[in-house]
Design a protein around this ligand. Structure first.
Ligand SMILES: Cc1ncc(COP(=O)(O)O)c(C=O)c1O
Length: 391
């Protein structure tokens, strides 16, 4: 099992990524020292509380927010639910604007709000997955109170123009929640300078531990806790804190910040991704989906649409299975929708028909990948496509 998950041909970091040795090491070293309950008043508790607050400070430093704005959660899904349900609780009801290419966690939170009397408007995107600004802007007026938008789309890699959208929301006096799960660690981010009120984060996509994330809550935003029973996290999220996981998340973010600094703000994986993408697009029947490479696309992300020689879409899942047989871990869309229908709702929202929307392939890279590790990928993909096409 270990070797199946090991680099270099694990190309599914947008689903999850292997914890980095650096993260594993700091967590292992801290384990004997910080297992106490951070709310306890004895030595063990104080040691745990100190480590938790240090981790919070480091995380805040990496994200450009204050430590008081960090609410640790169990991951991105919980952060999104806390953001939307917690913020909406400040109002009797209203309208929430979101896009047609959100992660299922956002869709689920929106469904809960709909059941509480909120009007949910799901706004269209263009062929690349970018939110259409005109219909969005037209609805930025009462009763709209809340906007929730995915920053980096997990299936197709498109980055929304969060700065522009945030400014529109600010001008309209509407609260903005951003799902930053895929962006974290791949882009320099200064929360204090962003026109964003709530930012959902997770650790496991950037080689941190699973089971921890954070919601960044701008100072002054009222949030009703969704889990009660304790005053942890400034009264915003009850439950004994996972001190070691918080430490691992801070370490993973710090490592990512160092990589970004070394690349003068650009994720060094982008050049490796561009090299691989260039090779893949030379294969017959392979087409890029989502935004073009460059500042509008997640730097570690490749999403493709696959067709046979006659132009018929190839089932993405069958190609993924073939690739797995040859040692490449990839995905046909989002891990979360892999139990549902084969056609990607995201690709359909972008205007692809159901057959094409079932022909997606996603390859997502990690910082350990080097060009030479990936040289074999185009041939293996061509072989997998030929096998699937032959039935
Ligand atoms: C864009 C996006 N949002 C939210 C999530 C959910 O995060 P988590 O797995 O930490 O609950 C994911 C994970 O797949 C994601 O890709």
């Amino acid at each position: 099992l270990t070797s199946a998950l090991e680099p270099p041909l694990y190309l599914d970091t947008a689903a999850t990524s292997p914890p980095s040795p650096r993260v594993v090491q700091v967590m292992a070293e801290a384990q004997p020292l910080a297992w106490g309950n951070p709310s306890s008043l004895h030595g063990q508790g104080l040691a745990a509380a100190e480590l938790l607050e240090r981790s919070r400070l480091r995380l805040a430093g990496a994200l450009g927010c204050s430590a008081a704005e960090v609410v640790f959660t169990s991951g991105g899904t919980e952060a999104i639910h806390l953001a939307l349900l917690g913020a909406a609780a400040a109002w009797p009801s209203g309208r929430l604007l979101t896009s047609a290419v959100e992660h299922p966690a956002t869709q689920a939170a929106c469904q809960q709000l709909a059941a509480r009397g909120w009007q949910i408007s799901t706004l269209p995107v263009d062929r690349q997955g970018l939110l259409l600004l005109e219909p969005f802007n037209n609805l930025l007026q009462p009763p709209t109170r809340l906007v929730s938008l995915i920053w980096g789309q997990n299936e197709v890699g498109t980055l929304q123009s969060i700065e522009t959208i945030g400014r529109l929301c600010r001008d309209a006096g509407v609260l903005l929640h951003v799902d930053g799960v895929q962006v974290l660690g791949h882009r320099s981010l200064t929360f204090s300078a962003l026109p964003v009120d709530l930012l959902s984060c997770t650790a496991h996509k950037l080689q941190g531990p699973r089971g921890i994330g954070a919601l960044i809550v701008r100072d002054g935003v009222t949030l009703q806790p969704q889990l009660g029973g304790g005053a942890q996290e400034g009264g915003r999220r009850a439950g004994t804190e996972s001190v070691l996981l918080a430490l691992g998340m801070a370490e993973a973010l710090q490592a990512a910040a160092e990589r970004l600094a070394a690349g003068a703000g650009v994720d060094p994986i982008e050049a490796v991704r561009d090299g691989l993408l260039d090779q893949l697009l030379r294969l017959p029947g392979v087409q890029l989906t989502g935004a073009e490479p460059g500042s509008g696309r997640l730097p570690h992300h490749i999403s493709l649409l696959l067709r046979d020689r006659s132009g018929t879409p190839l089932p993405g899942r069958a190609v993924v299975r073939q690739l797995a047989r040859h040692g490449i871990a990839a995905s046909s869309g989002s891990a979360c929708s892999s139990q549902g229908t084969a056609a990607s709702a995201v690709l359909m929202a972008m205007g692809f028909d159901p057959a094409a929307a079932a022909a997606g392939l996603r390859l997502s890279l990690g910082p350990w990948h080097r060009r030479h590790d990936l040289a074999i990928v185009p041939d293996l993909l061509a072989g997998a496509m030929a096998t699937v096409a032959a039935g």
